[in-house]
Ligand binder design. Structure first.
Ligand code: 4AD
Ligand code: MG
Length: 467
């Protein structure tokens, strides 16, 4: 076969230099046609769109043509010609075809319309479908948007450890990391495991959040963000929870509650606008095939002001709704941790806008949140989104050493593990604030996919670590 430099299909579909000899490589999506001429839809992952390869059967070896089956990988040399059919501007009149990889009938992606559940079982192949191709291209673009946003604003990308000995959220949902022989654990007289001889000489785990180390960086570099994998051993089998997910955590010195909320809102809007600007073809596909209201919802979010609602006012609204006959599964009272049905009522029915809820009861939030004067509430913020519920959790941090210690003692958090964190409050403490955005929750919103397992290539959930 003649050596011609490969053109990516995304670039080829822009070209209009009819008559040029080109090479494309990709996987067969479909093949149809007559005894004389076949039309092969080829996709190389560079775009949702396929290029049509026209194969005049008289010019090709019959045995080779038999191998042009769904899923097969081809290299095609041919002439770029103007397409007379509908669809793309150009197509390829094949001159030479090499089958790089044949694909037999056991290939599981033969027919269209496989269920999401089935595709999860073949997560090693699902990136080859239109839907997952679109989702993973958008995932890439959202990662770029995140770096772009913070870089433009002068935040530094700071790498926090994956392995840690502290539980940031204090929720005890950590996966342990050990090299100990689990069949032969040394224990003390109380039956507690002795970690002195473990790899790190202490009990270590996978991080649930980079925030604590992020605070160290923010109180030195001014404004930073982390973006990495986080792990939670919570046994939540829901469409919004993963055991391994990616989190974006900016942390800003000198920011107060209003500046925190401004940053949260500006950040999400920037990312959504980025998707609208940079992922047009993929969004149009998802809008057509997955969620008819998707693009309209994205456009609405970038153009509406988020509601800013103190928790106490939110509870009042929910109580009024109940008085008017609204039924919820879980009870509503001041101090309760809102269930997703409550959050969705506020966002989807009452305001019909994203809501930033603030000033939560201290009891339902983590130890590090700044305590309000009322002695009951803390300056925590959750950003609540239509369809998703909580997409961001953040807060102003308690920068006062004595108040922070008092809270740590109240909650019985082992102090000796926190000495380095407390040093920020001892040496030149400063007001600061930050938040964590669940990357996959953002992707759920931006793609319109219904299950968080379908916006990460290889989901980790309870009882599932395949691939
Ligand atoms: O609200 P969370 O637990 O907050 C923190 O971890 C803070 N340390 C963040 C900070 O202030 N720097 O988690 C933050 C976000 C949630 O709003 C949600 O979007 C996402 O992380 N999240 C999950 N996403 C997928 N699966 C899970 N199990 C998640 N748990 C939290
Ligand atoms: Mg939260």
């Amino acid at each position: 076969m003649e050596k011609i430099r490969r053109t990516k299909i995304v670039d080829l579909l822009q070209r209009k230099d009819w008559g040029a000899m080109v090479n494309v490589k990709g996987w067969v999506r479909t093949r149809r046609g007559s005894k004389q001429v076949n039309f092969v839809a080829l996709n190389d992952g560079s775009t949702i769109n396929n290029v049509q390869v026209v194969v005049d059967l008289a010019n090709f070896d019959e045995e080779m043509v038999k191998q042009i089956t769904t899923g097969a990988c081809l290299s095609v040399n041919g002439e770029l010609v103007e397409s007379i059919g509908s669809g793309q501007a150009g197509e390829i009149q094949a001159r030479e075809i090499e089958v790089l990889g044949a694909c037999d009938t056991t290939y599981p992606l033969q027919k269209k319309g496989c269920s999401m559940e089935f595709l999860r079982e073949i997560a090693h192949l699902r990136p080859r479908t239109n839907t997952f191709g679109a989702v993973f291209r958008i995932r890439h673009n959202m990662a770029i948007a995140i770096h772009e946003f913070f870089h433009q604003k002068g935040f530094f990308y700071f790498h926090t450890p994956i392995i840690t000995a502290s539980d940031c959220e204090g929720a005890g949902q950590m996966f342990q990391v050990t090299t100990k022989n689990l069949y032969d654990l040394k224990k003390d007289e109380n039956g507690s495991i002795i970690y002195d001889d473990d790899f790190f000489g202490k009990q270590a785990s996978l991080t649930v959040s980079g925030q604590l180390e992020g605070e160290l960086a923010a109180t030195a570099l001014g404004a930073i963000y982390t973006f990495g994998p986080t792990f939670r051993a919570e046994n939540s089998n829901t469409p919004r929870h993963l055991a391994e997910f990616w989190m974006v955590e900016p942390e800003v010195a000198f920011a107060d509650l209003n500046e925190l909320m401004d940053l949260e809102e500006e950040f999400i809007k920037f990312c959504v606008q980025w998707a609208l600007d940079n992922c047009k073809d993929d969004l149009e596909f998802l809008n057509k095939m997955i969620d008819k209201g998707l693009i309209e919802r994205l456009q609405k979010v970038v153009s509406t002001e988020f509601v800013r609602l103190p928790y106490t006012d939110g509870i009042k609204i929910l109580e009024e709704a109940i008085a008017k006959g609204k039924k919820f599964e879980f009870p509503v009272y001041w101090g309760c941790d809102l269930a997703s049905e409550h959050e969705r009522y506020l966002v989807e029915e009452y305001f019909q806008k994203p809501v930033i809820m603030t000033d939560y009861p201290a009891e339902i939030k983590a130890f590090y949140m700044k305590q309000n004067e009322d002695g009951k509430t803390v300056q925590g913020t959750d950003v609540l989104f239509p369809q998703i519920g909580e997409i961001i959790g953040g807060s102003v941090r308690e920068e006062n050493y004595d108040k922070l210690i008092a809270r740590i003692n109240e909650l019985n958090i082992p102090m000796k593990d926190m000495w380095w964190y407390l040093d920020t409050r001892k040496y030149g403490t400063c007001p600061h604030a930050g938040f964590g955005l669940g990357f996959e929750r953002l992707l759920l919103f931006v793609t319109g996919m219904a299950n968080i397992r379908d916006v990460i290539p290889f989901p980790r959930t309870p009882r599932n670590a395949e691939f």
